[in-house]
Design a protein around this ligand. Sequence first.
Ligand SMILES: NC(=O)C1=CN([C@@H]2O[C@H](COP(=O)(O)OP(=O)(O)OC[C@H]3O[C@@H](n4cnc5c(N)ncnc54)[C@H](O)[C@@H]3O)[C@@H](O)[C@H]2O)[C@@H](O)CC1
Ligand SMILES: Nc1ncnc2c1ncn2[C@@H]1O[C@H](COP(=O)(O)OP(=O)(O)O)[C@@H](O)[C@H]1O
Ligand SMILES: [K+]
Length: 486
Amino acid sequence: MPRPAYTGEQIRQAEAPLLEAGEGDRLMRRAAGQLAAVCRRVLRLGGGTVYGRRVAVLTGPGNNGGDALFAAADLARRGAAVTLLHTLGTPHAAGLAAALSAGCRRVDIAQAPSHLGAADLVIDGVFGTGAKPQLPEDLVRLIRVWQASSARSEGQITVAVDVPTGIDASTGRSAQAAVQADWTVTFGGLKTGLFTGAGARASGRVVLAPIGLDFSDTVPDAWVYKRSDLRELVKAPTGEDHKYTRGVVGICAGSADYPGAAVLCTNAAVAAGAGMVRITGDERLRSAVTSHVPEAVAADGRVQVWAVGPGSPGSDRTEAAFSSGEPVIADAGALDHLPERLPAGSIITPHAGELERLLKARGHSVQRSQIEQDQLRWARTAARELDAVVLLKGHRTVIAEPDGTVHLPPAGSANLATAGSGDVLTGVLAALLAERAAAKGHLEPGVTAVTAAAAVLLHGRAGKSATHASGLPRAVEQAVLKARAR
Ligand SMILES: NC(=O)C1=CN([C@@H]2O[C@H](COP(=O)(O)OP(=O)(O)OC[C@H]3O[C@@H](n4cnc5c(N)ncnc54)[C@H](O)[C@@H]3O)[C@@H](O)[C@H]2O)[C@@H](O)CC1
Ligand SMILES: Nc1ncnc2c1ncn2[C@@H]1O[C@H](COP(=O)(O)OP(=O)(O)O)[C@@H](O)[C@H]1O
Ligand SMILES: [K+]
């Protein structure tokens, strides 16, 4: 199931009672012990040893550096050749004492490039949750020189302590430069910023190291998904089901210029397992769709969820779907005709360019590139203002609820960067949402958002085995069957 993630501030609040109770040292030892265990594991990958390996440890002035220094001591005791490279301020005193007495060697920071280049393992303990946004210039230069260097030892592994330096733990934003880690060992709870934006690119594989923090009274900031979550998220029909209990999708898509969008969206809804799919449109459009998707029904009747907008269906059809009162998925062309209030449980599915248009029309001065750099902020802004769930598409897709909770599925296959693939996502989401609406009688924002994450996971997996949009529905069907079988 999806895992909760927190802001840096929430993590610090959860730590506060333990620090007040004088547990700070014990927390740090626990954190450092688990950090060292991951470092030993990565050094041993492929039959390697800890003994005799070159380890470079970058430290900063706070507790993040303290964690790194205690882990350095552990590795030195096991025979690693550990070099300490302190970047700024005063190093954590107890950590430094432990590292030096275990045999780590302190080296002037001016020599950092050669030590960083030669290391088998680099531990990044400069800043963690205490990081301020602007990095000192020397540090920016050092990170850039090291990470771009062609002299880096082959197979070098970087392990970030808690958060890669240069990444904001809460937002995933990076100001000027960020350490690109292969692994991040994060303490107490997952941080939202490790799974979005620059943070998702920088954190590599994230290992959660528990240190006994209590989050029972904390509402998670985000939910983080992994591919295997599909198993729990995709429902298989039972013997009691019939087509109406499995959900009826209405599709309002396609036009004379874009008939294909209606075909793709309808085909995808059918492939994702909708009980029934109804389509709207004139005679020509209906026959174009039914000739490709014979299961689609052109007759009027009950619909549980409307998919509206792919292929610019025009304002009359769009407004008719919106005024039905049933939840809608508003995509593409429908985003220009949003009503004052969307029906409860509805979701909009813009890409960054469409969200720019939508936000500008509501008085925000924001560019597409700013939305791409801070997906969380702008998806949350739109969700709050529209009082609807927002699915902001991209290499990594972000789903925001009106209360600010975000859902972060992993990146899908880059094969999805092709015209029409968004129409397929809308169809998949319509099928999954109609199933939920049929089962529950109504949709709450949280249910819509989790279901949207499931649709993104299915779409992302389907992208692996299709090179173009009309190949996607078949791949969606395979992904659904695989998820149901487990
Ligand atoms: N508080 C706790 O109980 C625990 C904290 N732990 C570690 O402690 C970290 C947080 O420690 P801290 O609060 O000391 O914070 P950090 O170690 O992240 O950094 C704080 C220090 O760096 C300086 N600094 C931050 N950003 C800067 C910038 N951009 N330019 C110049 N100076 C900057 C600050 O002024 C401060 O001196 C966590 O990320 C985690 O690694 C762990 O040991 C687990 C327990
Ligand atoms: N590089 C990429 N990696 C992963 N997924 C991508 C990438 N580019 C686009 N996608 C996904 O493909 C879909 C494209 O949708 P959209 O932009 O609406 O295209 P269209 O309107 O042509 O169907 C979205 O689901 C998006 O998240
Ligand atoms: K760090």
